[in-house]
Design a protein around this ligand. Structure first.
Ligand SMILES: NC(=O)c1ccc[n+]([C@@H]2O[C@H](COP(=O)([O-])OP(=O)(O)OC[C@H]3O[C@@H](n4cnc5c(N)ncnc54)[C@H](O)[C@@H]3O)[C@@H](O)[C@H]2O)c1
Length: 273
């Protein structure tokens, strides 16, 4: 008997990267998986028509879109036992990222030349409202909307469940774009608060902190910064998405039956949570 046999799982942002690896790992462990992603065709392509898995288009930052997708999942799969909130972005419009990365690079160059550095990695002073809200809308509002919809299904069925929220080592270290760091720290609060709220219903809620992981989101990060990120990991490299997925599968399963409100770091020792 596979560890997740008979479970129905939703993975948001499951069309690529860490989310896709999670979807594939949960399916390999026996779950029937619904991939939901703003890229509908890519979501549908993850499993095609195989074994009852489904792929749906959904913008997690839009609560109506989330409610519609989750209702369709509950209808087609018969319920939701596992939710993995993985969809996340690191950039928004006019969010000061260019200025931050340029300032950091110039400061490092000045220091390397033996000069007293005058450049600064400023981001917040350049941040537009739209840039801030875009990241918050997907990363924290989206996670909440998905949790709310999944909990409504679990509570209506009086069923146990497991929710796993993908945060980031950035939440603990403070490193990274300011809206991203803030949203990921909020994810930890959401995991802990919900864990307390729904424990009496035997619904567990945990978070995972990936460290730098080799996925398409990293394409937004300058090459020199990527190299620095990998070098700074005590295990000496970025994670592969499958290594994060393994931690998620554990938390989703009954092997973690007494684990709730926890943060599991899958970050190569970058930061201890
Ligand atoms: N890659 C890393 O180094 C790293 C490190 C720490 C945390 N994380 C987190 O892991 C998660 C996955 O990251 P990744 O590297 O696989 O990213 P990615 O960009 O490769 O994939 C993200 C997926 O989410 C989907 N998505 C984005 N916005 C969406 C929306 N509004 N609604 C629905 N789907 C949406 C995208 O279409 C994509 O399929 C994110 O939450 C990210 O913050 C990643």
């Amino acid at each position: 008997m596979k560890r997740l046999q008979g479970r129905r799982a939703v993975v948001t942002g499951g069309a690529q990267g860490i989310g896709r690896a999670i979807a594939e790992r949960l399916a390999a462990e026996g779950a029937t998986v619904a991939v939901i992603d703003r890229e509908q065709a890519a979501a549908a392509a993850v499993f095609g028509d195989a074994d009852g898995h489904i792929g749906l288009g959904c913008d997690v930052s839009d609560s109506a879109s989330v409610d519609a997708a989750m209702a369709e999942v509950a209808h087609r799969l018969g319920g939701i036992d596992i939710l993995v909130c993985n969809a996340g972005i690191g950039r928004g419009p006019d969010d000061g990222s260019e200025q931050m990365y340029a300032g950091a690079a110039e400061r490092a160059a000045q220091t390397a030349r033996g000069e007293a550095p005058t450049a600064h990695p400023d981001q917040s002073i350049h941040m537009s409202d739209a840039g801030w809200l875009a990241v918050m809308g997907v990363n924290i509002n989206g996670a909440f909307y998905c949790c709310r919809a999944a909990l409504r299904d679990m509570v209506a069925r009086n069923a146990a469940g497991s929710i796993v929220l993908i945060a980031s080592t950035s939440a603990a270290s403070g490193e990274g774009p300011i809206h991203y760091v803030t949203s990921k720290a909020a994810i930890v609060g959401l995991a802990r608060g919900l864990a307390r709220e729904v424990a009496s219903r035997n619904i567990r809620v945990n978070a995972v902190h990936p460290g730098p992981t080799d996925t398409p989101i990293m394409a937004n990060v300058p090459d020199s910064v990527r190299a620095d990120l990998a070098r700074a990991v005590p295990l000496g490299r970025m994670a592969q998405p499958e290594e994060v997925a393994a931690a998620v599968a554990f938390l989703a399963s009954d092997d973690a039956s007494f684990v709730t409100g926890s943060v599991v770091a899958a970050n190569g020792g970058s930061y201890f949570c």
